[in-house]
Design a protein around this ligand. Structure first.
Ligand code: NAI
Length: 387
C-alpha cells in the first residue's frame, strides 16, 4: 500500500482529494504556496467532518484522526517521504512543468507523480521528468469526496507498474476507476461536450429558450439538471474554457466548436450562480422562467442532443479512448447521467440513432453531425454494444 500521499494545491480539488486520502487512512502532506488557502482548506475540512458526524457517518475520534493525518505545508520539500503525489494547482502547462521538475528533485525514486489536470496532456506534463515512467493522470470530479468516478490516464511514458499501483490505490479509496487514453477531455469532458454545445446551438437557432431546453432534458431524458442550469452551476468561464481547449486540442474539429452565446455570457460576466446571473437570473426576488411544455418540441430537442451525445460516446469507443463499459460507467458515475450512452443507443436502436444523425447531417450539411463510422458499421452488421 502507498502509505504517504502528497497533494499539491489546496484549492477546490486539492482540498477534496486530501480529505479522501486522509479518510482512507493515509498520512497526507497538503502543500500550497498560499498559506491563506491552507488555512481555508483546514477550516473547510473541519466543517465537512462536523457535518459527517451529524450524519453519523463518522464519530468524533475518527474526525480527530482524519485531521491529525493531514500535514499542511508551503514547502515542496515536505513531499520527501511521499509514495504518490497528486498535483491539483492552476491549469497552466508551464507552471505544471515547473512544479513537476521541482517535485522530482525532492522525492524518492519510486514515488509516483500524478496530475489532476482536466485538459492538459499527461505526456507533456511528464516530459520534464528524469523518470517519466512515473507520471500519470488521476482525474477526480468535483466535489472529490462525493463524486465516485476517477479517470486514470497513463501517458505514453507511463510504466505498467505506475498504472497498476495507481489504479489499485484509487480503488482502495472506494472510487470507481476508469482507465482512458491520454486524449483531450479524457472520457467525460470529451463525451459530454454536445450536452452543452448542442443545447446552445438549438437555442441559437431560435428553436427554444433556455428553460424549454432544460425541461426537455430533465423531463424526457431524466437528466438531473438541464444543460443551462448545469452550465450556470459549473460557471460559464470554466465550462467555456474546457470547450475551447477541447476544440483546439482536436485541431478545430467542428464537432467541438464553442458557442458565441456562451462566450458572450462569459464576457458579460454572466458566469452563473457564482456571479448571481448566468443564463438565468439568481438575484433576490427573481424567478426562473417557465418552459414551453410542448411535448413534440421537447422530444425533438431531447432526441437531437441525445443522438449527438451517443455519437460522441461511439467515437470514444471507435478511437479506443476506453472500453465501452468504462465509457458508460464514466458518464453515469462522473456526471450522473441517468443511463450509459451506449446502453441508451442499444435501447433506442442503433439504426434509429444513425437515421437521426443522417437527417441532421443532410439538413445542415455540417461536419458536426457526421455519423461515426463505427455506428454505420454496426448498423450494417446488425450489431449492438451490450447483449
Ligand atoms: P483552485 O484554483 O481552486 O486551486 C488551485 C490551488 O493551487 C490554489 O490554492 C493555489 O494557491 C495553488 N497553487 C497555484 N500554484 C501553485 C504552486 N506553484 N505551488 C503550490 N500551490 C499552487 O483550482 P482547482 O479548481 O482545484 O483546480 C486544480 C486542478 O484540478 C486544475 O488542473 C484543474 O483543471 C483540475 N480540475 C478541476 C476541477 C474543478 O471542477 N474545479 C475538476 C477536475 C479537475
Amino acid at each position: 500500500m502507498k502509505e504517504t500521499i502528497g497533494v499539491l494545491g489546496a484549492g477546490t480539488m486539492g482540498a477534496g482529494i486530501a480529505q479522501v486520502a486522509a479518510q482512507s487512512g493515509h498520512i497526507v502532506v497538503l502543500v500550497d504556496l498560499n498559506s491563506d488557502q491552507l488555512d481555508r482548506a483546514k477550516i473547510n475540512l473541519e466543517k465537512t467532518l462536523i457535518k459527517l458526524i451529524e450524519k453519523q457517518k463518522i464519530d468524533a475520534d475518527e474526525k480527530t484522526s482524519i485531521e491529525n493525518r493531514i500535514q499542511y505545508s508551503s514547502e515542496i520539500n515536505d513531499f520527501s517521504n511521499c509514495d504518490l503525489i497528486i498535483e491539483a494547482i492552476v491549469e497552466d502547462l508551464s507552471i505544471k512543468h515547473k512544479v513537476f521538475e521541482s517535485m522530482e528533485k525532492v522525492i524518492s525514486e519510486s514515488c509516483i507523480l500524478a496530475s489532476n489536470t482536466s485538459s492538459l496532456s499527461i505526456a507533456s506534463i511528464g516530459s520534464v521528468l528524469k523518470r517519466p515512467n512515473r507520471v500519470i493522470g488521476i482525474h477526480f470530479f468535483n466535489p472529490a469526496p462525493l463524486m465516485p468516478l476517477v479517470e486514470v490516464i497513463p501517458a505514453v511514458q507511463t510504466s505498467s507498474e505506475t498504472l497498476k499501483s495507481s489504479v489499485e490505490l484509487i480503488k482502495s479509496w472506494g472510487k470507481t476507476v476508469v482507465v482512458c487514453k491520454d486524449t483531450p477531455g479524457f472520457i467525460v469532458n470529451r463525451v459530454a461536450r454536445p450536452f452543452y454545445g448542442e443545447a446552445l446551438r438549438i437555442y441559437e437557432e431560435g428553436i427554444a429558450d433556455f428553460a424549454t431546453i432544460d425541461w426537455a432534458m430533465t423531463h424526457f431524458g431524466g437528466f438531473k439538471m438541464g444543460p443551462f442550469t448545469l452550465m450556470d452551476y459549473i460557471g460559464n468561464d470554466v465550462n467555456y474554457a474546457v470547450t475551447e481547449s477541447v476544440f483546439q486540442a482536436f485541431y478545430y474539429d467542428p464537432r467541438f466548436k464553442p458557442s458565441f452565446t456562451q462566450k458572450r455570457h462569459r464576457e458579460a460576466g454572466f458566469l452563473g450562480r457564482k456571479s448571481g446571473r448566468g443564463y438565468y437570473d439568481y438575484s433576490e426576488g427573481s424567478v426562473i422562467p417557465s418552459p414551453t411544455e410542448d411535448e413534440d418540441l421537447g422530444k425533438q430537442i431531447f432526441n437531437r442532443i441525445l443522438v449527438m451525445l451517443i455519437n460522441e460516446a461511439i467515437d470514444a469507443v471507435f478511437m479506443n479512448v476506453a472500453s465501452k463499459e468504462d465509457i458508460d460507467l464514466a458518464m453515469t458515475k462522473g456526471v450522473n447521467y441517468p443511463k450509459g450512452l451506449l446502453l441508451w443507443a442499444d435501447q433506442l436502436g442503433l439504426k434509429n440513432v444513425l437515421g437521426d444523425l443522417e437527417r441532421l447531417f443532410l439538413e445542415y450539411g455540417e461536419d458536426r453531425y457526421r455519423p461515426n463510422p463505427l455506428l454505420k458499421r454496426m448498423v450494417k452488421e446488425n450489431e449492438i454494444f451490450f447483449n
